[in-house]
Design a protein around this ligand. Structure first.
Ligand SMILES: Nc1ncnc2c1ncn2[C@@H]1O[C@H](COP(=O)(O)OP(=O)(O)O)[C@@H](O)[C@H]1O
Ligand SMILES: [Mg+2]
Length: 253
């Protein structure tokens, strides 16, 4: 069984950046190989990790549908075709592999394809001790139950009161969707002051989070983001690296 970490929060709070940092720190701790799942169609987890995803699961599903309509190669089932295409879309790097979900392309019903996808992704993820999922803002991919059980759910917010309120709503949605997690971490990202906002501790209690961590607004990290660089290059002593190590430590990883 793999240990699944899912990162969520509204758009622009730093989900993709922190997902990539979590992956890099897992690797640094020898917790590898990691399967990186880019579950946000508007995201670029791949470039944050210094790789390029040519295809997405959304495209795989559409291609398989078109190919199946033309007629399958002798002896091949629709399921085998989908499995083959999923395997082809996996980006392989030295300490991690990456799979991008993309969007659902084209019209039509995907129930069958989605079920195969779910099974195949679950089979693939079982081969990795750690899976990190960079979610889209609305938790859609989690709610579609592509990955069903999460060990550590990381919710990211900006330090504003409004940002924390948004996170409270996202937490309610998470519960309504019956997304199951074992541990919950609350991250206040891009802090400009040393102290956590007062409301953060209250929110931690309200949502029953196990871990509360503040991450500074870091110039070095912002530059990596602006230039679209591989976060593997973030130096060891970087403040954000340290906070991610703290997160992993407190989660018992
Ligand atoms: N702690 C941080 N310090 C400085 N810049 C950050 C930090 N976290 C995120 N950023 C920057 O904020 C921007 C948005 O982050 P991103 O990870 O793409 O957000 P999301 O995936 O939630 O939409 C990026 O340009 C990123 O480099
Ligand atoms: Mg993102």
């Amino acid at each position: 069984m793999s240990y699944v970490i899912a990162v969520s929060g509204k758009g622009g709070v730093g989900k993709t950046t922190l997902s990539a940092m979590i992956i890099r720190r897992l690797i640094a701790r020898g917790r590898k190989p990691v399967l990186a799942v880019d579950a946000d169609p508007n995201s670029c987890l791949d470039s944050n990790l210094g790789v390029h995803a040519e295809s997405t699961i959304g495209r795989v599903r559409e291609d398989a549908r078109k190919e199946a309509a033309k007629g399958l190669a002798l002896g091949m089932s629709k399921q085998q075709l989908l499995e083959l295409k999923i395997a082809e879309s996996l980006v392989e790097a030295s300490d991690f592999d990456l799979i991008a979900m993309g969007r659902s392309e084209g019209p039509g019903c995907y129930c069958y394809a989605n079920n195969v996808l779910k099974q195949t992704i679950n089979t693939i993820s079982n081969e990795y001790p750690f899976v990190v999922l960079d979610n889209e803002a609305g938790m859609e991919n989690l709610s579609r139950r592509i990955i069903t059980e999460v060990d550590l759910l990381v919710m990211v917010a900006d330090p504003s009161r409004r940002g924390l309120d948004t996170l409270k709503r996202l937490h309610d949605v998470t519960n309504e969707m019956e997304i199951r997690y074992k541990k919950l971490a609350l991250i206040i990202n891009r802090m400009r002051r040393d102290e956590l906002p007062e409301y953060a501790a209250q929110l931690k209690k309200e949502i029953g989070a196990n871990i509360l961590i503040g991450i500074p607004d870091d110039l070095e990290l912002a530059e990596f983001g602006e230039e679209g660089k591989d976060l593997a290059g973030v130096p060891e002593g970087n403040a954000v690296s340290g906070r991610i190590d703290q997160l992993l430590g407190e989660a018992g990883i």
